[in-house]
Ligand binder design. Structure first.
Ligand code: ADP
Ligand code: ZN
Ligand code: ZN
Length: 724
């Protein structure tokens, strides 16, 4: 028998099958991962078997061994769809499905074992001499088999004592396969289902779990969407099927995992990038063996090996983390939709601020729209107030706190209510400019200005991470008149200490959350120690439910208006509304204060009125007029490399091979024209990528066009998050 094998390689010219001979006694099936000799390489390569056949036209080498059986026909079909839709190789797509940590070298992650001590003889007779030995045996009688490490901790015995007991046949010490359990330190309280409100019940009843359908739950913040998910999953589990729920970067919202754990207990598996590789590997195995029936995870959990899938739920469906920025650059929402259709099951999207593209499909009846318009809490939706910062300047207030925000904070602190302050810029000062010659200090390797970090007293490039000491003179004209502009979270923290010395404050941004469970620690501290002020970047805007927060302050709403992206209005609306929605989730009424220099922008006005429909109706007209998604797709192709001429040459050749068939703009330097010492040139394609166009594009990329210089990389991203 002959197997068609795809090599596990990222090289686009190896994106095809190779024939291999299957040795007689080897169990090779479609979907097996195998070791194969390839070319002149000295080590064996990993490959994926995609087809079996009787004969080959080539002289074939033999498969060396089968590694595992990860794939089946269905997954191969999905991998093929991903490769064709997001323009990556089959090998790139396959890597999404393999157990965590095994994609490049398949035996890097091992099952974890631990030494366990078992009792062999029930009767403790005279031969047991020492007290220590007796204590060990008593302990084992009471507790059953225990890890050796635990025994040493509880009974305080030496290895010698255990050896003697083993030699005399009282105990046996064996290696046992153990699970790395990410919940081991969590206390799980059991919770029962709540009685649903009418709105919630209607939503649950409208979703038919026995067949394919796409649903959008558009529910205001705090309207009880999560409760609807829990109920749906409960039904699916009772029908004998399993569930996947995707949440944005799960580690940021430990709250939601806790709610699932307390409802469903140990049948939950959790998958996200902040778990250790070993933990992820074990969770993956728990799912593969059907021990876990509910998977909660970030984007890539959509590829978890769930058997008998019954529903897919995507919470906060507008969140940008569902789109991958690295190859394969897939969108988990599209993949989920494909899987749901393939398995004839429902897909449920939920958000208070839906993606404009999703809402557009709901308006065209491609997605069934379900609404939750009331908040569960008695206090209702928060009041949202807009402060025009131009007026503050006019009155001479040069602090980042408007008078309105300042006095509201003072009041909340006095009343022992908590405050969340949002600023989407980390560091201390965001750029440094010479007042005499206008020189802005940029990273030497990237085309971006450097940010001053007070704690390290250094300048840091947020793109490549390089740091630099602070120079007292301008590198360009030697003037001493250099000034720090732009306010980041570090500076706000310092100013809070100055203006609100009576308050406690905790800061949450990339710089304070690097350690494992860093997010959880800060959020727990804020909650449990009743810290007055939680200050942070957008990681504090998502999903959090703190009942004692009555005041939310948004220091600079305009930052997201100036991101150089057609989604600037949408991102602004989503961010401001989600952030405001953190206020008043308990019994006390909440207030959100939004500071801006552009109070009349419709996105900001719609937030004030908490009126998504108004926002959508204006935005969709703009998109239509300017021909932006959902009225077309955008593909950005970026070539990068150290030699700018070569980079320019490659992107120009790609442009030439595309321009006849597609609506493509000529090559230009990317908005950030250099990162990490590599020049970046790009072309932008604006077209409707239906099946035909997609196929054509794929064929040009993988058959027609070839990158010629080895030191130029090409990245293709369809509907990317980042336009820069
Ligand atoms: P959302 O996901 O829409 O932001 P949640 O599901 O977090 O809303 O609900 C907000 C709060 O209301 C939570 O504390 C939740 O436990 C509570 N809640 C939700 N539904 C009900 C209900 N039917 N009865 C009582 N409390 C509820
Ligand atoms: Zn200067
Ligand atoms: Zn840099």
């Amino acid at each position: 028998m002959i197997a068609e094998v795809i090599l596990n390689s990222t090289a686009s010219d190896l994106n095809k099958t190779f024939d291999y001979d299957v040795p007689d006694n080897m169990n090779v099936v479609v979907g097996a991962r195998v070791l194969i000799p390839f070319g002149k390489r000295k080590i064996y390569e990993v490959g994926y078997v995609v087809k079996l056949k009787e004969e080959s036209n080539y002289e074939c080498k033999s498969i060396i061994k089968v590694i595992d059986y990860v794939f089946d026909e269905k997954k191969i079909k999905l991998a093929n769809w991903i490769s064709k839709t997001y323009f990556c190789t089959m090998a790139d797509a396959f890597r999404l499905f393999v157990p965590p940590g095994t994609s490049r070298s398949y035996d890097r992650v091992k099952t974890k074992t631990e030494k366990y001590v078992f009792l062999q003889k029930k009767d403790i007779d005279d031969k047991v001499k020492s007290e220590k030995q007796k204590k060990v045996l008593e302990f084992l009688k009471d507790n059953g088999a225990v890890p050796k490490s635990a025994l040493r901790e509880f009974v305080d015995v030496s290895d010698a004592v255990l050896k003697t007991l083993e030699k005399n046949g009282y105990i046996e010490i064996k290696d046992i396969e153990v699970n790395r359990n990410p919940f081991w330190n969590k206390e799980i309280k059991k919770a029962n289902a709540v009685i649903l409100t009418d709105e919630q019940r209607q939503a649950v009843e409208s979703i038919n779990i026995s067949k394919y359908g796409e649903y959008l739950i558009h529910g205001v913040t705090g309207s009880g969407k999560t409760e609807v998910y829990l109920q749906l999953i409960d039904e699916v589990i009772k029908s004998g099927k399993n569930a996947i729920i995707l949440v944005p970067e799960i580690s940021l919202t430990p709250q939601i995992t806790d709610r699932f754990l307390s409802r469903f207990g140990e049948t939950i598996a959790i998958l996200h990038s902040r778990l250790s590789l070993g933990e992820r590997f074990d969770e993956w195995k728990k799912i593969d063996s059907n021990k876990s029936r509910i998977v909660i995870g970030a984007r890539s959990a959509i590829f978890a090996p769930v058997k008998n899938i019954g529903i897919i739920i995507i919470d906060e469906e507008h969140d940008s983390s569902y789109k991958s920025d690295s190859t394969p650059k897939y969108d988990a929402r599209d993949v989920a939709k494909y899987i749901a259709a393939e398995n004839n099951i429902p897909i449920v999207l939920g958000s208070a601020t839906p993606d404009v593209r999703t809402y557009y499909r709901a308006m065209n009846n491609e997605v069934k729209l379900l609404k939750l318009e009331k908040r569960i809490s008695k206090s209702g939706l928060p009041n949202i107030e807009i402060v025009d910062m131009r007026d503050e300047l006019a009155t001479g207030n040069r602090t980042p706190f408007s008078r309105k925000l300042y006095f509201s904070m003072k009041e909340a602190i006095t009343n022992k209510e908590q405050i969340m302050l949002f600023l989407n810029r980390r560091g201390y000062s965001t750029f440094i400019m010479c007042r005499d010659c206008g020189y802005v200090l940029k990273c030497e390797d990237c085309d971006v200005s450097m940010t001053y970090h007070m704690d390290q007293n250094r300048l840091i490039c947020h793109y490549c991470g390089k740091t630099k000491s602070v120079s007292p003179v301008c590198p360009s004209c030697n003037s001493k008149n250099i000034k720090y502009f732009g306010t980041g979270t570090q500076k706000i923290e310092a100013l809070i200490k100055k203006y609100f010395p009576e308050a406690s404050v905790i800061r949450m941004d990339v710089d304070t959350t690097r350690e494992k469970n860093g997010h959880e620690k800060i959020l727990n501290k804020f909650r449990n120690e009743k810290i007055d002020i939680l200050l942070g970047t957008q990681m504090i805007a998502k999903g959090h439910d703190f009942s004692n927060v009555t005041l939310v302050g948004i220091l600079a709403a305009d930052i997201s208006m100036n991101i150089g992206d057609y989604r600037a209005n949408e991102r602004t609306y989503q961010l401001l509304l989600q952030m405001s929605g953190r206020a008043g989730r308990g019994d006390k009424k909440g207030t959100a204060i939004i500071q801006t220099y552009m109070p009349d922008e419709f996105s900001i006005q719609s937030v004030k009125e908490q009126n998504y429909t108004k926002f959508y109706n204006t935005e969709i007209k703009i998109r239509e007029k300017l021909n932006y998604p959902p009225f077309c797709d955008i593909i950005i192709a970026v070539a990068s490399g150290e030699d700018e001429d070569k980079v320019k040459g490659e992107i120009t050749r790609l442009y030439d091979s595309l321009k006849i068939s597609f609506n493509v703009y000529p090559p230009a330097p990317a908005p950030i024209s250099k990162i990490n010492n590599e020049y970046r040139w790009r072309i932008l394609i604006k077209d409707v990528f239906d099946k035909q166009k997609t196929e054509k594009f794929y064929n040009i990329l993988f058959d027609g066009y070839k990158v010629q210089s080895t030191d130029v990389r090409l990245s293709i991203d369809k509907n990317p998050n980042n336009m820069l």
